[in-house]
Design a binder for this molecule. Sequence first.
Ligand SMILES: [Zn+2]
Length: 563
Amino acid sequence: MKAKKAKTKTAREGLFPDVLYLNGTILTMAETPCGAEAVATLGDKIVAVGKKAIIRKMAGPATKVVDLAGKTLVSGLNEPHNHFGVYGIYALRMVNLQSPPLGPVTKIKDLIEVLKEKAGKTPKGEWVGGRGYDDTLMAEKKHPTRQDLDQASTLHPIFITHVSGHLSVANSKALEIAGITKDTVEPAGGVIRKDPNTLEPDGVLEEMPAQALVFRHLPPVTMDLRLEGMGLAARDYLQAGVTSCSDAGVVFPGVGNPSEILAYQRAIKEGLVPIRITMMVGVEYLLGPDGRSPSFVTGFGDDCLKIGPAKIIVDGSIQGYTGWLSTPYYVPFRGDSSYRGYPVTAPEKLNRLVLEAHKAGCQIAAHGNGDAAIDAILDAYELAHKKFPRPDSRHRIEHCQMAREDQLDRMAELGVSPSFFASHTYYWGDRHKSIFMGPERAVRISPLKTALKRGIRFTLHSDCPVTPVSPLFCVFAAVNRMTRNGEVLGPEFRLTPEEALRAVTIDAAWQTFDEKIKGSIEVGKLADFTILAENPLSVPPERIKDIGVREVIIAGKSVYKAD
Ligand SMILES: [Zn+2]
């Protein structure tokens, strides 16, 4: 009697798995490989991993059996530093000014034409926005100026951003609305570039403190636009196989708005975003109005949406000449052979912010590209740990591009975890060598292998929309270190495919304190998987970026399927 009753129970009631995955390669990313051939899930969890013959026997009458047909099932891919929240807004509101292969602009005239066309369709007086221009990929090898943008329109305020996000250009109308003149006092941590002859602003604004002078006049982002943008981002991220991601710019000082957090809550509740989101929240907002009263800290939330680290920007971008270095740039900036970039957050302020956030119990994520910025971040972390010892704080350094070997020693000692923007080697590697860093420093950007040898746990990111979202591309970049011109930059720093894949799965989960619930295919963990057409550990390394994402499973449910 009892047995009969049990037999009629459905999988939903808990006796049988909901889904079995068979006949494919299973990359569990677990610490101890178990020779997994099949996986079973029930609800949002993994309930069995092991031999096919055993797993197959677990099927009940309502269990769905997925035949992987030779495809590869990997623990869900995690994008550890990107700008999911603004990605869609940029795409909806700003025209694409990137250079090939990502956009149409090869010279300043192209850029003007694209903006002119957009202005032609925009009512007079309304803002025209553009994104992603790259000065060193345009024929003139210079930033456009206000005069260039005035050729697109003088009747519309125009505001465009550099591919790095660290510089913007405004036309005369936009400068007028923002009240920026030759007498405007330059805000700390930002630069209002001037025409050397007239001393008038030339339209180029460096770093957020200066960019914010214009940003605050842009039309407000409505909740509807935020939600539409997040839906669009979810679509593109899922296509790239992403099951978890960390938004590295929530409520940024100068441009951010607390409604970004509300938008995430709504987007997830309304089913627009199935991807698990960790929010890196601007440290100033997190610490409250008096700088010492946080109302929530790292970890608050659930496995769909949570507060991640407190985010601090310490310098800018190497390819924008705003990264802060200990020795000068290779090709001097505007003829100044002593120019080394500059801090966006001065060390004294950085130390104070880090100390408060650390004391409050936050994890910290500090953006540092240049080695001088990395020094300042390590100093601040060391100081905070000395004053308030705290084991396993997992403080992060974002991008960490020019980290020196002695800095890796300090990171290992302090338990600091970098998130490397290793795709720099591909997108900017050639120009790092010939323009920004010179041959000696360029070969050792993103020193992945030597970080790994010291036992440092790190992740790999796209910084999307700076580069297109694609954890597989990050793996490709880390494994090959190939530039656009096909040169291998610093072969000794290359990772194996398995090491690189860890940085977008289990180590990315670890970096957000989630290694016990996700990041590998193990019993009891969340059923988040990415199904790939081929196995990234066995295809020729240069083909990893081209592997197709066939399906994405989050919390046991299929949320994306390639046609
Ligand atoms: Zn970023």
